[in-house]
Design a protein around this ligand. Structure first.
Ligand code: SF4
Length: 391
């Protein structure tokens, strides 16, 4: 059962800085010059081109093919073809002597304790905490990336900590936290690390959550689904052209990911960042909602998130709140039961209303939830089963 925390505990963990608490309580200390453990890791960081040998934080790829000395990664639709010494699109993989290695294994550059709502996941053990890790790397090139300082870097270009899968599980258990998130950058690019950690975590009674762009091939996804409990997957738009120009990917593989997760019984929620001039056409949102209803049904929550100008799109304005409200209305009218507005503090679109009686089930003020009217997965007022994972 997910661990519920009190408001006081929550504020202590979040208001005082989850990161600070995490580092202070791990014994690793804060990342910095004075940290001996960090110093020793820094001493081994490679610089320059691809390492000539597997380094300490490497793992042979789980999905790749070879022709002579050339390798082709099969984890995501980019299917990188690499000659010896070449680096992959996601910057995490190299061909070393005719074998494919991930250099992102046991070396997360981010490790935090987050509220589950931050992912965002609103119907997955609400009010619980989640141990969240990321290495560098991404298989997309989103112009609006919010984590480009880690997603667009090589593993050896950032500061990191040594946390192998068993360490991640141990540190999570030690804090009595019920789940682990693979998040912040793109976990598909550290697939081997995520998979091994998720398997150990499941055996230790923990839950696994992936926060992802969903750009992954069928076979690795299917294998991962065995150990995945929850996910938030971006549905960045519903146009192939926009996926190509804004994100550097394509739409179809992402749709396939949703269908596979739905079939495999993984709980997931969808996120669409509403980027002005790219993702702002009501007609496209109508088509998107039609597809969701037909292929996935009405129960998977959809989050429309407000865009903040950053990275390569600082010329664009914030998403008008009217646009977010209009999209939410379109999705609700189409029949999707739970549609949220994110990144707009205090907006009523962040609350959960029963899809049957429309009464307020969860009131959200940031990550604080003063009203909580779901009991054993049912609406407290009309008894309707609320889709999600509750206890
Ligand atoms: S996971 Fe990385 S190396 Fe593998 S195909 Fe995708 S981008 Fe290329």
């Amino acid at each position: 059962m997910a661990k519920m925390i009190t408001r006081k505990e929550f504020l202590k963990a979040i208001g005082c800085g989850a990161t600070a608490l995490f580092w202070a309580s791990t014994g690793f200390g804060f990342p910095g010059k004075e940290n001996q453990k960090y110093k020793s890791i820094k001493g081994e960081i490679f610089t320059g081109d691809a390492p000539e040998r597997p380094w300490r934080w490497s793992k042979e790829g789980f999905y790749y093919e070879t022709v002579g000395d050339t390798v082709q990664c099969q984890v995501c639709p980019n299917q990188c073809v690499l000659e010896p010494g070449d680096r992959s699109i996601c910057r995490s993989k190299v061909n070393i002597g005719g074998k494919l290695y991930s250099l992102a294994y046991g070396n997360p550059c981010s490790a935090h304790v987050d509220p589950i709502e931050k992912k965002p996941l609103y119907h997955f053990y609400p009010r619980s905490l989640i141990f969240s890790i990321a290495t560098t790397g991404c298989n997309f090139r989103c112009l609006n990336c919010q984590n480009w300082e880690i997603s667009q870097k090589k593993p050896e270009e950032v500061r990191f900590f040594e946390l192998f899968p068993e360490d991640v599980v141990r540190e999570t258990k030690k804090r009595d936290i019920p789940s682990i998130a693979y998040t912040y950058s793109e976990p598909i690019t550290y697939y081997e690390y995520m998979y091994d950690t998720a398997k150990l975590a499941r055996n230790a009674g923990l839950k696994n959550v992936m926060v992802s762009n969903g750009y992954i091939n069928h076979e690795p996804l299917l294998k991962l689904c065995q150990y995945l409990d929850g996910a938030n997957v971006n549905l960045k738009s519903f146009e192939d052209d926009i996926y190509r120009s804004l994100n550097g990917g394509t739409l179809e593989p992402v749709l396939n990911t949703f269908k596979t997760m739905h079939r495999e019984g993984v709980w997931f929620e969808m996120t669409t960042l509403v980027v002005p001039t790219y993702v702002d056409k009501p007609e496209m949102i109508k088509r998107m909602c039609g597809w969701i209803l037909k292929e996935l049904g009405p129960d998977h929550p959809l989050h429309f998130i407000r865009f903040h100008p950053n990275y390569k799109l600082t010329r664009l304005p914030y998403t008008p709140i009217d646009t977010l409200e209009q999209f939410r209305e379109i999705a609700l009218k189409a029949g999707i039961h739970y549609v949220y507005i994110g990144n707009v503090p205090g907006h009523e679109g962040a609350h959960t209303y029963c899809h049957n009686c429309n009464k307020l089930l969860i009131k959200r003020t940031g990550y604080y939830m003063p009203d909580f009217n779901i009991e054993e997965g049912r609406c407290k007022f009309c008894g309707t089963l609320i889709p999600g994972r509750w206890t």
